[in-house]
Ligand binder design. Structure first.
Ligand code: SF4
Length: 397
């Protein structure tokens, strides 16, 4: 395997396992792989093999382009009516003294702090509390749009929406339509965890189920909104649960085409009720990105959160199917750090992020939420960047 460097060499390798060869041929021919083949990849695909397949697809779709955006986060509350076992972030309502709950005014004040910043997106997510209901979010979206109309609002997940719409006695479609009219632009991918009930009931038993999660995305897509999808992996699930999860997403994507990016999220075991469950290795993280890239042929983007997995793993992931490493978070999210993520105070300037991508010979592209190119940083010289200096080399005659 170690001498194999390209997909065309790989498919001719006489020593390669037959099923892996069939899968490699399918990838080379742009064919979709089956669920059984997906599980086979998890069970038998070595890192180098998976990397060749995933990188081939990544480069077919995006070349060296590696996307990021400039965004900031608002987390309206860390209190939550739900009790997900893996959650390091929320405080149940009974632990109210350890939590925060923002008013609409406070959220607008936070938004205004970025008035002079060239950000294109605000990402809003947090816990679920009764007071932050339909009227609360509709008011926030309207005021945010009135204040800064061009700022893209990417907000909440089906976990919040399912709760909010149920209380407001609205169907998923009616609720999404109402909030879209108030100013909501798109949805992030959270709350998906692992769809299969065998796992979901153990780790997230009381929030929306797979069908409800998928239906809310479907209704959003039917209204012309785009969204993302996540998968929380590396805890008590089996490989086939991951494939089942991706299969449900692939089917909905065939129907609507509304998903933009798939984001595998690594389970972290600090400060939660699953501290006894060991975390998976970086090798498994990379294998998982690669298999997601291979399996989800109808998803344009595979995204890794650099703050969650470390800058070095984010760089490596670009060779395993990932083409997006999220944004220049400005230390405005606590979701990752509270779970024991690599970055405890996640902040990276645009220059740092562009350099991180360039260091591994990829092309840094700042995008907006909908993947329109904002700036190509390949040859960009930053104002505050020291200009290259040239020295005469000693000449030996
Ligand atoms: S993961 Fe989300 S829904 Fe679950 S407890 Fe945490 S904040 Fe609440």
């Amino acid at each position: 395997m170690s001498s194999v460097t390209t997909l065309s060499q790989l498919v001719q390798d006489p020593n390669l396992d037959e099923t892996l060869k069939i899968i490699a041929k399918k990838v080379a021919g742009g064919e979709r792989i089956s669920a059984e083949e997906g599980v086979y990849l998890y069970e038998h695909g070595e890192l180098a093999y998976l990397g060749i397949l995933a990188n081939y697809i990544r480069e077919q779709k995006h070349g060296d382009n590696t996307y990021f955006n400039r965004n900031f986060h608002i987390e309206p509350t860390n209190l939550c009516v739900y009790d997900c076992k893996f959650c390091s972030y929320s405080r149940l309502l009974k632990q109210r003294d350890e939590g925060w709950e923002m008013s609409v005014d406070a959220m607008i004040e936070t938004l205004k702090k970025y008035d002079d910043e060239p950000v294109t997106e605000v990402h809003i997510t947090g816990g679920v509390v009764p007071k932050q209901n339909l009227d609360f979010y509709a008011e926030f979206f309207r005021r945010a749009k009135a204040h800064r109309p061009e700022l893209h609002i990417k907000a909440l997940t089906p976990v919040e929406y399912f709760y909010i719409f149920k209380k407001a006695k609205l169907s998923h479609y009616e609720g999404m339509k109402y909030l879209k009219e108030a100013g909501l632009d798109s949805m992030p991918g959270g709350g998906a965890e692992i769809f299969h009930p065998e796992v979901r009931e153990k780790i997230a038993h009381d929030k929306c189920n797979a069908e409800q999660w998928l239906d809310i995305h479907k209704q959003a897509h039917s209204l012309g909104m785009r969204s993302n999808a996540t998968m929380l992996y590396g805890h008590i699930e089996a490989f086939w649960h991951r494939i089942d999860h991706m299969e449900r997403l692939r089917q909905l994507q065939d129907e609507t085409g509304g998903f933009q990016a798939f984001i595998p999220l690594k389970f972290r075991n600090q400060n939660n009720q699953m501290e006894n469950v060991p975390e998976v290795s970086v090798i498994e993280d990379l294998r998982n990105y690669a298999i997601a890239r291979i399996y989800l042929d109808n998803f344009e983007h595979i995204k890794a959160y650099w703050a969650m997995i470390s800058r070095e793993t984010a760089q490596l992931s670009l060779n395993f199917g990932v083409d997006d490493i999220d944004g220049t978070l400005d230390d405005t999210t606590k979701i990752y750090s509270m779970a024991g993520a690599e970055e405890q105070t996640p902040a990276m300037s645009t220059r740092d992020l562009a350099n991180l991508i360039k260091q591994v010979n990829r092309r840094p592209i700042e995008r907006d939420t909908l993947y329109n190119v904002v700036t190509d940083y390949s040859d960009y010289v930053f104002d505050d960047e020291p200009k290259p200096q040239y020295y005469k080399l000693p000449v030996i005659n």
